[in-house]
Design a protein around this ligand. Structure first.
Ligand code: NAD
Ligand code: GLY
Length: 369
């Protein structure tokens, strides 16, 4: 699909499931952004109680130029609501409005709304089209791109879901103006991630521009989003369903998911857990002899500068490392009960490795409060 307007665009190249990612200010009000979508009578905007009042009406007005009816369903806000029950409320809305197979779903919000809307689109009538309109930094640099959709299970993060690609991703940079500072920092974790796994020049750039990013300098944010999406597009284009390479995008996520599940979803933000998890994964890489202490310290300093925690929480008063290990055994990358971690094994290079429990325990003990 061609980009309908001359907006900075990154392309995800997946054959007949390819799509553009538009990145610029003032896109929500621009009907041209959506002009290339297939014709249909109905659209459903899925949003939440925080984002809806800020942006849903504007998107609705824009989409009404193209669809006869544009409905809105408003979900509760928070990772703890990324559940079957909330997902079902999207199906309730689709059925209540008699939405047909050509209905287009629009995910207006952060990664939680995006992941759930994508899963609803993958399942409703066995698949209807959907568009990502991400409004957090994290969702603009990562979750809206690549087609991972799903919900959490009390025993494991993102354990139920589907690969299902959107038709289009629209990143309106203006939406980042209302994002709370803590959420901006959380998004920076996923931006930082792309440096060690794929592009040390980008890591240098992030270090040089961290202050500008924290001050929401628009050109700096635009470049960070564009470069992150380019790297993600490069990875997903080679390994859409994570049979190998795509796992590198989970750098820091194995420890991070243990933190999120162990603390109770919503206590630590996903990006906070990933930021701290990257420091732990870097420390594990050092324990495995793959990187030196200076690299771990470089990453720790950058994560800290982004306003993110670098010391892991205690998840169990008696056997903290044992609790981390138990939680990490239900990670999607685990095979036969063996946990596999994304480690850094060279400049701009990451790989999957198993590690002895004793060594993981050492890392957890060294990195936790
Ligand atoms: P989120 O969706 O919970 O959004 C963060 C908070 O910011 C929420 O309270 C939200 O209501 C609010 N918000 C969103 N946009 C706003 C705006 N413009 N102004 C003011 N407030 C706004 O969290 P997130 O960090 O965007 O996403 C995290 C989720 O994404 C996790 O569930 C994670 O598992 C998932 N994720 C998925 C992928 C993927 O590939 N599918 C990748 C990374 C993360
Ligand atoms: N965020 C990890 C992935 O998309 O694969």
């Amino acid at each position: 699909m061609q980009a309908p307007i001359s907006t900075p665009t990154v392309h995800i190249d997946l054959g007949d499931r390819s799509y553009p990612i538009l990145i610029a200010p003032a896109l929500l009000d621009n009907p041209a952004c959506f002009a290339s979508l297939p014709a249909g009578n109905t659209a459903l905007i899925v949003t939440n109680v925080t984002v809806g009042p800020l942006y849903a009406q504007r998107l609705q007005v824009t989409l009404l130029k193209q669809y006869k009816a544009v409905h809105v369903v408003t979900l509760p806000d928070g990772e703890e609501h990324k559940t079957w029950q909330t997902l079902n409320s999207i199906f309730d809305a689709l059925l209540a409005h008699a939405c047909d197979r050509k209905t287009v779903l629009f995910a207006l919000g952060g990664g939680v709304v995006g992941d759930m809307t994508g899963f609803a689109a993958a399942s409703y009538m066995r698949g209807v089209p959907f568009v990502q309109v991400p409004t957090t930094l994290l969702s603009q640099v990562d979750s809206s791109v690549g087609g991972k959709t799903g919900i959490n299970h009390p025993l494991g993060k993102n354990m139920v879901g589907a690969f299902y690609q959107p038709l289009l991703v629209v990143c309106d940079l203006d939406t980042l103006k209302t994002l709370p500072a803590r959420e901006l920092s959380a998004g920076l974790a996923e931006v930082i991630k792309y440096g060690p796994i794929a592009d040390l020049v980008f890591l240098d750039w992030i270090e040089a521009n961290m202050d500008a990013l924290l001050q929401r300098d628009v050109p700096a944010l635009a470049y960070a989003i564009q470069r992150s999406c380019e790297i993600k597009a490069w990875v997903v284009g080679q390994d859409e369903r994570e049979s190998g390479l795509r796992a590198i995008l989970n750098f820091g996520h194995t420890f991070g998911h243990a933190i999120e599940a162990g603390m109770g979803y919503g206590k630590w933000l996903h990006g906070e857990a990933v930021g701290c998890g990257m420091v732990m994964a870097a420390e594990l890489s050092r324990e495995l002899g793959l990187v030196d202490t200076a690299f771990v310290q470089r990453l720790r300093t950058l994560v800290q500068r982004a306003g993110l925690p670098v010391i892991g929480p205690r998840l169990d008063a008696d056997d903290n490392a044992g609790r981390y290990l138990d939680l990490m055994r239900v990670d999607k990358k685990a095979e036969g009960g063996e946990i596999r971690f994304v480690v850094i094994d060279g400049p701009s290079h990451a790989t999957l490795r198993a590690a002895p429990d004793a060594l993981v325990r050492r890392v957890v003990d060294a990195c936790c409060a």
